[in-house]
Design a protein around this ligand. Structure first.
Ligand SMILES: [Mn+2]
Length: 268
């Protein structure tokens, strides 16, 4: 399993990641610490210098397992389930742009996290699901070579698809081979009755893994049993990346150091 951490490209602002100041400097730090992959958080690929980004990544030989896209919702309000069809269309276009960008960085998986949106009125949940499925199918069909990985997110951040089993159900409804699941230990710790049992139930769907501890600090700073989770992932034959999506606490450098130390202790 690759040892990965989230780094934000210069256009994005997001609290749950290790570094976001100077991109080049952050990539160097990540490589120097011993990570061998880096997940990028990108608000809009059209606003970043793709050639420069590729050159920096190549310089440190860091592959990109996945691209985070949630900032398009957080900062611009784009979502697959907005009642306004224009906003839904913009969200779909943004994910298509991310899929084009993905091809520039080795066919990284494109994460569908908060861009699914939040439904204001629970009465509209069925309509939201319909819009979500339609948007997912349109994006999946846009390029069947790129995997879209949908992430169950805890109830305090969205009311759509909080746990692994409800996400599995909607992935079955989307019914596209390039739609898979991203599991995140921080969200699972809130939503899953038993993280290990839930992982086993959706094992054929998992294409990417986020780690953060129960307090969203680096793994090892809270009470999640990562040894058990890694053993379970090994048992089911998962060989993708383990990517830290964490708060930059107590400070960005230290959060990355704590993460790599934990990875090494886990034998990654
Ligand atoms: Mn996550």
């Amino acid at each position: 399993m690759k040892k990965s951490i989230v780094v934000s490209t210069p256009d994005a602002e997001f609290s749950a990641l290790a570094f976001k100041e100077d991109f080049k400097d952050s990539i160097k730090k990540v490589a120097d610490l011993g990570f061998n992959a880096v997940e990028l958080a990108v608000r809009d690929p059209k606003s970043i210098n793709i050639d420069e980004t590729k050159a920096i990544l190549a310089n440190y030989a860091l592959p990109v397992p996945a691209i985070g896209t949630g900032q398009a919702f957080g900062e611009e309000g784009l979502s697959f389930t907005d009642p306004d069809p224009d906003i839904r269309a913009q969200a779909v276009q943004r994910i298509k742009d991310q899929m084009d960008f993905s091809k520039e960085v080795g066919k990284a998986q494109v994460i569908i996290g908060l861009i699914r949106g939040i439904v204001e009125d629970d009465a509209d949940l069925d309509e939201a699901e319909e819009n979500f499925i339609k948007a997912m199918q349109e994006c999946a069909d846009y390029d069947p070579d790129i995997v879209l990985t949908v992430e169950p997110i805890n109830r305090y951040e969205t009311n759509l698809y909080n746990d692994l089993l409800s996400m599995k159900e909607v992935i079955d409804k989307i019914d596209r081979p390039n739609v898979k699941m991203l599991i995140d230990t921080f969200h699972m710790n809130i939503e899953e009755p038993d993280m290990i049992e839930s992982i086993l139930k959706v094992q054929d769907y998992i294409s990417h893994v986020h780690v953060a501890d129960s307090n969203r600090w680096a793994p090892g700073c809270g009470h999640i049993d990562f040894a058990k989770i890694i053993a379970t992932l090994e048992e089911i034959g998962y060989d993708g990346a383990i990517s830290a999506e964490i708060l930059p606490e107590p400070d960005p450098d230290e959060s990355a150091r704590l993460t790599i130390n934990c990875y090494k202790k886990l034998g990654l």
